[in-house]
Design a protein around this ligand. Structure first.
Ligand code: UT7
Length: 326
């Protein structure tokens, strides 16, 4: 028997930090409001000239180093991102070239904040089918490039960074136990960027109208996020015939600390079984789960045979979960 197992993780974030105090000077907000309503104290923001691929590459190097895998052993690179360097080539191909991963197919997938779990699920299927042995899975974003720093409802939460995991075909029963993916495009316009695609290509008017920035109906997104995250998590547990109490660590999408707390409560998990780093990273969309996974891993919170539950929700809408035996 074999499974797809994560054998190395890595993460990276821009060195520039944007604090709540900094935001107080940019929009009508306060450190107190941001901390109370989101749990965020600071976030990392890319400088001009720092594209998403920079952080994806740095996270990948660390993950490959931990895994003891060389780039030419990779069969595939999958990147979850809604902020690629450009429409084409993909971040996957840019990273493939930088790593010199000469044997790897590479592509991006767009699944909002659920991007990493979608990518992990695809990678798991390729390994389980026997078509691939080693796959690099990345979640990477520079949301600051599409965030409106005049809009206080979005600029206080979104941020930049990348996380990566090396997935390997391994003997035994440790590895990915299941993945569950969902979508509902009916909610697309509750969190979207109107301009810059084929529907509304860039013109002077779209720029003047600030159409190249994310628009979000935060409160509506908030409520659906909790319901969806709960659905994805509970399905993962029931599919594997395990109860909430058996989960050793929940690593949820870092969207808002109140969402994380609500999910923990619904899953009856005490705080020590829920990983959160939203205070220092903010909401990095597809990068949030793999950055948190890497931090938990490097803090030695993931022990052999631990049951780790990944859970995410995002634009699309998309949502999903992955249950891993570490
Ligand atoms: O990544 C996956 C998708 N994204 C999410 O899951 C994010 C989900 N949404 C959220 O995290 C929250 O909805 C926000 C943090 C974006 C907003 O928090 P909220 O508790 O839902 O606030 P709200 O939109 O209901 O606004 C409450 C009040 C409003 O004022 P009034 O109308 O009550 O006077 C807002 O205008 O707070 C005001 N407000 C702010 N005040 C200070 C909104 N943003 C801010 C701000 N600073 N930054």
């Amino acid at each position: 028997m074999y499974k797809a197992r994560i054998i190395g993780t890595g993460s990276s974030a821009p060195s520039k930090v944007l604090t709540n105090k900094d935001l107080e000077n940019m929009v009508d907000t306060s450190d107190e409001w941001i901390v109370t309503r989101t749990g965020i104290k600071q976030r990392h923001i890319a400088e001009n000239g720092e594209p998403t691929s920079k952080f994806a590459y740095q996270a990948s190097v660390k993950a490959l180093e931990m895994a003891g895998v060389s780039p030419d052993q990779l069969d595939m690179i999958i990147v979850g991102s809604v902020t690629p360097d450009m429409a084409t080539p993909s971040v996957g191909c840019i990273v493939q070239h930088q790593l010199k991963a000469t044997q790897a197919a590479a592509f991006d997938i767009s699944a909002g904040c659920t991007g990493f779990i979608y990518a992990l699920s695809i990678a798991n299927s390729y390994i389980k089918s026997g078509m691939c042995q080693k796959i690099l899975v990345i979640g990477a974003e520079t949301l600051s490039k599409i965030t409106d720093y005049q809009d206080r409802t979005t600029c206080i939460i979104f941020a930049d960074g990348a996380g990566a995991a090396v997935l390997s075909k391994e003997e035994g029963d440790r590895g990915i136990l299941s993945t569950h993916l969902y979508s509902d495009g009916a909610y697309g316009k509750l969190l979207y960027m109107p301009g810059g695609g084929s529907a509304l290509p860039a013109t002077y008017k779209t720029i003047d109208d600030r159409e190249h920035y994310l628009k979000m109906d935060g409160n509506k997104v908030f409520k659906i996020a909790i319901k969806s995250l709960e659905e994805a998590a509970l399905t993962a547990l029931s599919h594997n015939n395990i109860t909430e109490g058996t989960v050793d660590l929940l690593i949820p999408h870092q969207a808002n600390s109140r969402i994380i707390d609500a999910i923990a409560k619904r899953l009856k998990l005490p705080p020590e079984k829920v990983f959160s780093n939203i205070d220092t990273y903010g909401n990095t969309s597809a990068a949030s789960v793999p950055i948190a996974l890497d931090e938990a891993n490097r803090q030695k919170k993931l022990k052999e045979n631990h049951l780790i539950l990944l859970d995410a929700f995002g634009a699309g809408f998309t949502w999903g979960s992955a249950l891993l035996r570490w």
